[in-house]
Design a protein around this ligand. Structure first.
Ligand code: NDP
Length: 324
């Protein structure tokens, strides 16, 4: 007999209101897959890009690639997980649900001391912060770094990890509340967006920063380029304010032999070894108490729409999670 569970389903691309609660069959794990009973779901910008059609995906759509929960079913050939294991993932499918499938090789073991809601807040933004500062651009101790949206999910984690690396961290935020959170995460200097590149120049005695991590995109791109030192690097990793339009490469020459890179997480999780390296360092830091994941908002699963609206509306800090 088919068993059913709650899941969010969007019939067609659109605004947050297209996300509605439905009853769907509990999925059955195929070869190499785990069936996971979801304890908490991570809400991410990529879910909003898929929902509104910015990224082309098939509909009807159940969004969600990030979650944490307990393994309740094993597909054929799975040897790396057992029933009852606590796992998290950034690479699940249709995770806005009570049950979801996770490829066994993308299931990250969750240390016993890390609660599952916290575990759901870490895989995507934590591994992103990790690859940005280790692999897109290897930040060295003593370097000066600009991080946009310093009180956001990636921003708070990245700031803490950069301070552990002994970098000097400047952030941008839009409000006093966000400034306070960014400072608690360790930011040395917290700026507002207006004229931030001039403030960065002033703070660095005219030199500019070694690297900018920019997930805001369209609204900050020009200022980010203008904040770099000669031979500096702009890591453009997102477009919370919109995607950056095409630009003239010659600007990199005029700006001082600059580099721009536009990375995405999937290309930095190429195999099990790379995934384990990043996730185990993130979970170990959380378990040791040197990295804190702030859950800024929790919504019931049925309120996925309002959760998207809050994230896109700049109304959130840290991580947004859904609770089935
Ligand atoms: P955040 O929690 O950082 O939320 C986005 C923040 O961006 C807002 O809180 C807001 O902070 C700031 N912002 C500035 N301008 C706008 C605007 N016009 N509309 C909305 N927000 C704005 O989100 P995440 O940490 O989840 O993600 C940050 C970025 O990183 C996103 O662009 C996301 O797509 C990207 N990303 C990219 C990955 C990759 O591998 N390439 C992986 C993961 C995320 P404030 O109010 O302080 O300005």
């Amino acid at each position: 007999m088919t068993e059913y569970c709650n899941a969010i389903v969007a019939q067609a691309p659109g605004g947050p209101e297209v996300l509605t609660l439905a009853q769907v069959p509990v999925p059955s794990p195929g070869p190499g897959e785990l069936l996971v009973k979801i304890a908490a779901v991570g809400v991410n910008f990529i879910d909003t890009y898929q929902r509104d059609g910015t990224y082309s995906v098939p509909f009807p759509l159940t969004p969600g690639s990030e979650a944490a929960g307990t393994v309740v079913g094993l597909g054929e050939g799975v040897k790396t997980a057992a029933l009852g294991d606590r796992v998290a993932t950034a690479e699940g499918r249709a995770c806005y649900a009570e049950y979801a499938l996770v490829p066994a090789d993308a299931a990250l073991p969750v240390p016993a001391s890390v609660p599952l809601d916290v575990a759901a807040a870490l895989p995507l933004q934590g591994m992103t912060a990790h690859y940005l500062m280790n692999s897109s651009y290897r930040v060295a101790p003593g370097q000066t770094v600009l991080v946009h949206a310093g009180a956001g999910g990636v921003g708070l984690l990245l700031t803490q990890l950069l301070k552990e690396r002994k970098a000097r961290v400047i952030t941008t935020v839009s409000s006093d509340e966000k400034e306070e959170l960014s400072r608690v995460a360790g930011a040395d200097e917290v700026l507002r967006y207006q004229d931030f590149s001039a403030a960065v120049r002033e703070y660095t005695d005219g030199a500019g920063v070694d690297v900018v991590f920019d997930g805001v995109g369209r609204d900050t791109f020009d200022g980010s380029l203008a904040s770099l030192r000669t031979r500096g690097t702009l890591v453009l990793f997102g477009g919370a304010s919109g995607q950056v339009p095409p630009f003239e490469l010659q600007r990199l020459n005029a700006g001082g032999s600059l580099t721009v890179i536009r990375p995405k997480l999937g290309d930095y999780l190429l195999n099990a070894q790379e995934r384990l390296w990043r996730s185990s360092e993130i979970f170990a830091s959380v378990a040791a108490g040197t990295l804190t994941a702030r859950i800024g908002a929790r919504f019931p699963l049925a309120e996925a729409g309002p959760a998207h609206a809050a994230l896109q509306g700049r109304g959130t800090t840290g991580k947004v999670i859904l609770l089935p």
